[in-house]
Design a protein around this ligand. Structure first.
Ligand SMILES: [Zn+2]
Length: 230
C-alpha cells in the first residue's frame, strides 16, 4: 500500500498556503494525499454582494480544483461554521473518524500554538490542537470513541505530524521542483485573491525562498515536525 498523507485544515486554501508544494512533490513520488477541510470558509469575503451560501459553494469548488492541481486524491468537507470551531468532544470524534478512515502515515495540520509575532486565526489554532489530540492518543486507542468500531473504523497510529504556520519550524522540505504547482493551486482560490488584491505568486516565492535558505534550496515549505513514538 502506498504511503498516505492527510491534511486537516480549518479553511479552504490553508492546505495550499501550508503544504501544497510538499504534496505535489510527494504525490509524484507515489504518495496518496487526502484533505479534510473543517469549515465552510463562508466568512472569507469582503464583497458586499457575497452571501455565505454562495461563498460556501465557490470555496468548495476552488479547493477541489486546487487539490487536483497538487495531485491530491480527494477532499472531504466537514461543513462546520467558519470562525466557529471549538475544542469539543464532537469535533475531536469527527477528526478521529477522519484519521481512522484515511489511515495516514503523516498528518499535516496547522500550528496549534498561539503566535507571538503575528496574528494567527483562532480556527487555525483550534484545528491544529484538536487534530493533534485526535492523532494522539484518541485515534490510536481502540477504547476511545469505541462507537466508531461499529462503522468498521479500526484504531490507527499516525507516525508523523507536520505543522504548517509555525513560528518555530524544525523541518524544511525542498519544493523547488513544485513551487509553480503550489502557486497554481493557490491561484485556484479566486474568491480569496480578489479580496486581497496582491500577487500571491510573488508573496509565496518570497516566503518559500526564505524557508529554502535554511537548507540551501531555492524554495522550501517550513513545518514543525513531531514524531509520535511507536
Ligand atoms: Zn485559514
Amino acid at each position: 500500500m502506498p504511503d498516505r498523507a492527510l491534511a486537516i485544515a480549518a479553511h479552504p486554501d490553508d492546505v495550499d498556503f501550508g503544504a501544497a508544494g510538499t504534496f505535489a512533490l510527494w504525490a509524484k513520488q507515489g504518495w496518496e494525499v487526502f484533505y479534510v477541510i473543517c469549515t465552510r470558509g463562508d466568512k472569507g469575503s469582503s464583497d458586499p454582494e457575497m452571501t455565505p451560501e454562495r461563498l460556501t459553494i465557490l470555496r468548495e469548488q476552488e479547493q477541489r480544483a486546487a487539490a487536483r492541481v497538487a495531485g491530491a486524491q480527494d477532499v472531504l468537507f466537514l461543513g462546520l461554521p467558519d470562525g466557529g470551531l471549538e475544542d469539543t468532544t464532537d469535533f475531536r470524534r469527527e477528526l478521529v473518524r477522519c484519521i481512522r478512515r484515511f489511515r495516514p502515515r503523516a498528518l499535516f495540520t496547522s500550528e496549534p500554538l498561539p503566535h507571538r509575532q503575528r496574528v494567527w486565526h483562532r480556527d487555525h489554532r483550534i484545528t491544529g490542537l484538536v487534530a493533534c489530540d485526535a492523532a494522539f492518543p484518541y485515534a490510536r486507542d481502540r477504547l476511545h470513541f469505541s462507537e466508531l468500531l461499529a462503522e468498521s473504523l479500526q484504531p490507527h497510529k499516525v507516525a508523523d505530524v507536520y505543522l504548517w504556520g509555525s513560528e518555530e519550524p524544525n523541518t524544511f522540505i525542498d519544493i523547488t521542483q513544485t513551487i509553480d504547482v503550489k502557486i497554481r493551486a493557490l491561484r485556484c482560490h479566486v474568491s480569496q485573491l480578489n479580496s486581497r488584491r496582491d500577487d500571491v505568486g510573488q508573496r509565496i516565492r518570497e516566503r518559500c525562498a526564505e524557508a529554502g535558505r535554511q537548507i540551501g534550496a531555492a524554495y522550501a515549505e517550513a513545518f514543525r515536525h513531531i514524531e509520535i513514538p511507536a
